[in-house]
Structure formats: structure tokens, C-alpha cells
Design a protein around this ligand. Structure first.
Ligand code: NAP
Length: 307
């Protein structure tokens, strides 16, 4: 016998946890399924300064507060429960876990988030875990007192460069243009730091190494000059890719970047299937994820069939 629920939420980042909080408070018999542990990408953020109500809070602390609040409201969260397959019809949503357990519900909220993108240069994958990293908060302390490279010009690269500047001797921030994409507040702080040097108009061509990373090969896009520099660590933050690979086979429409297409109520093209948070695309912000989750739950409550 398949387990039956009023609502299944897939993903336990800020979007999933907010959906769970609202669903529980509104009396729905819902469950959150999470591949790993709750928190999503914010677990990698050493400091969050733009979540209202907290001037500064670490991503880990915010995640734990959200989880406790949702669980206190009554939501059941199943961590370490990867989902393997979706089967969606208008009247029934079937979610199948990696253990081939089936959960049935009339509605599902897809909140699987996004994962860091890869740059695709030689050496990047080969030295992953041996000098290349996508998580400054996790791996930064391994490079104490050393020089490292941070690749990217968005909020993640800027935040991570700020974090690394507290630990390492020098951070080279490599950006392919002459202006950061990151918020001005981060850019202002970075330019004031004596141990952060921004290499503008520059791209990473290759990560060099032997047993681990030993250097980088770079190119200035304007002058076309190529050169190498020694380093032990290369951090990469060049955007993120939505975790939507299970969605298309289940008939959920995606855009050309793999984001789930939703309307203003967070409805996908399948009735009763909603998508919220980073999986719906930019802006990838915690407050946006939370807001979308509220819209999805409240919309489902207004349209669901009453038994
Ligand atoms: P992002 O905003 O998409 O920025 C990616 C950066 O990597 C851009 O500067 C981009 O350059 C560069 N890039 C992309 N492909 C590249 C390539 N092939 N070679 C060299 N550089 C490349 O990604 P993100 O910084 O990871 O942030 C992801 C999302 O999370 C964003 O929506 C961001 O706002 C959000 N986020 C928010 C916060 C916050 O609010 N505190 C913190 C972290 C992340 P161009 O600028 O030239 O395109």
C-alpha cells in the first residue's frame, strides 16, 4: 500500500522548509523529502546579510532555525531520502524514492534547488578535492596562510572571496569582465581589502598540478596575454544549475536553462504540481524562495478539491 499524503514537498532548502511550515500550519498532512540534510545551498554561506530580520546570520544557523520552526509547526521532514522518479497525472502525483517507496498525493511542490556550475576547464575536475573547490566555507580553512584563486564575479564569488580573505594570505579574484555582477555592497568591501586583488577581464584556462593543485593558467581577454601563477587552491563560483533532471521525464516543462517554468501562482504546466525557489531561476535569493513557497501552498489551498 502506497503512503498517502495531502502534499509532498521535495527538497528541504529555504523554499521547501517554508512550504512545510505553511502546509503544517494550514493543517495539511504534508511531508518533506530531502536527498541529504536540510538547508540547501545556504549551508555554504558563511554569512547572510540580506535575509530580513537578521543583520548577519550564518547560512547554517538560519537553516537550523527554519528547520526547527517548521518541525515545531508539525511538518515531517525525511532527510537522506533521495527521490528517484516522479509520475504525475492531473489527479494523482506519485513520488518514488531511491528505495522504491511510493508516496501518493494530489499535489506536489518541487523545491530541489540548484547546484554549483562547473567551469569545464582542464584540471578542474581532476583536482576537485585536491585543490579545486566549490565551497569556500567548507574548504577555505585548508588554505590558511596560502594564496588562493577565486573564479567568478557574482554574489557567491564575492562573498567567498571576503570569507577567504580572513583566512588566507592572498586572494586573487578572477573575473571575465571589468565589473562585478555581485551586489555593490560586496564589491565595495572587496576593493578595500589589501589582501584581495581582482584580475579583471581575465579567464581561467587551466588548473595546473601534480598530486594536487600547483598553479593556474590565465588569459587576459583584452590583451590576449597568457601567463601562469603558482597557487595551492582554486575556488570556483560561476553560477548554478537547477536540479530539475527528474522533472522533464515526468512532463514538467523547463526553460532553455533547465529552470522549471511557472506562472504567478508557482504552478507548473501540470495541475497540482508547483515549483518554488532556485529551481525556478533568478533571482536566486532566500527571501524569493520563501515567498514562492508561500504562494504555492496558499494557492493549492484555494483550488484543491474538497472531499
Ligand atoms: P551568478 O550570479 O550567476 O554569477 C556567476 C558569475 O560567474 C558571474 O560573474 C559570471 O560572469 C561568472 N561566470 C559564469 N560563467 C563563467 C565562465 N564560463 N567563465 C568565467 N566566469 C563565468 O552566480 P552565483 O554568484 O553563484 O550566484 C547564484 C545565485 O545565487 C544568484 O542569483 C545570486 O544572486 C544568488 N546568491 C545570492 C547571495 C546573496 O544575496 N547574499 C549570495 C550568493 C548567491 P558574468 O558576470 O560576466 O556573467
Amino acid at each position: 500500500m502506497a503512503e498517502k499524503r495531502d502534499l509532498i514537498i521535495v527538497g528541504c532548502g529555504p523554499a521547501g522548509m517554508t512550504a512545510g511550515l505553511y502546509a503544517a500550519r494550514m493543517g495539511l498532512n504534508a511531508v518533506i523529502l530531502e536527498t541529504g540534510i536540510c538547508g540547501g545551498q545556504m549551508m555554504n554561506a558563511w554569512e547572510i546579510e540580506n535575509y530580513p530580520g537578521f543583520e548577519k546570520i550564518s547560512g547554517g544557523d538560519l537553516a537550523m532555525k527554519m528547520k526547527a520552526q517548521a518541525e515545531n509547526a508539525g511538518i515531517e521532514i525525511r532527510e537522506l531520502t533521495p527521490v528517484e522518479e516522479f509520475k504525475f497525472s492531473d489527479s494523482l502525483k506519485v513520488v518514488i524514492t531511491a528505495k522504491r517507496e511510493e508516496i501518493h498525493a494530489p499535489a506536489v511542490i518541487l523545491a530541489m534547488g540548484a547546484t554549483y556550475a562547473k567551469l569545464g576547464v582542464p584540471g578542474e575536475t581532476e583536482y576537485h578535492g585536491r585543490g579545486t573547490s566549490y565551497c569556500a566555507t567548507c574548504d577555505g580553512p585548508l588554505f590558511r596562510g596560502k594564496s588562493v584563486f577565486m573564479i567568478g564575479g557574482g554574489n557567491t564569488a564575492a562573498m567567498d572571496a571576503l570569507f577567504l580573505s580572513n583566512i588566507v594570505e592572498k586572494v586573487y579574484l578572477v573575473h571575465r569582465r571589468d565589473k562585478l555582477r555581485a551586489e555593490q555592497a560586496y564589491a565595495d568591501r572587496l576593493t578595500k581589502l589589501s589582501n584581495v586583488e581582482i584580475l579583471w577581464d581575465t579567464i581561467l584556462l587551466e588548473v595546473l598540478g601534480d598530486d594536487g593543485v600547483t598553479g593556474v593558467k590565465l588569459r587576459n581577454k583584452k590583451t590576449e596575454k597568457e601567463w601562469t601563477m603558482n597557487t595551492d587552491g582554486v575556488f570556483i563560483a560561476v553560477g548554478s544549475t537547477p536540479n530539475s533532471s527528474l522533472c522533464e521525464p515526468a512532463g514538467v516543462k523547463l526553460d532553455d536553462k533547465g529552470n522549471i517554468i511557472v506562472n504567478s501562482h508557482q504552478q507548473t504546466n501540470i495541475s497540482g504540481v508547483y515549483a518554488v525557489g532556485d529551481i525556478t531561476g533568478e533571482p536566486r535569493q532566500i527571501v524569493k524562495a520563501c515567498g514562492e513557497a508561500v504562494k504555492a501552498v496558499t494557492h493549492w489551498l484555494t483550488v484543491r478539491p474538497i472531499e
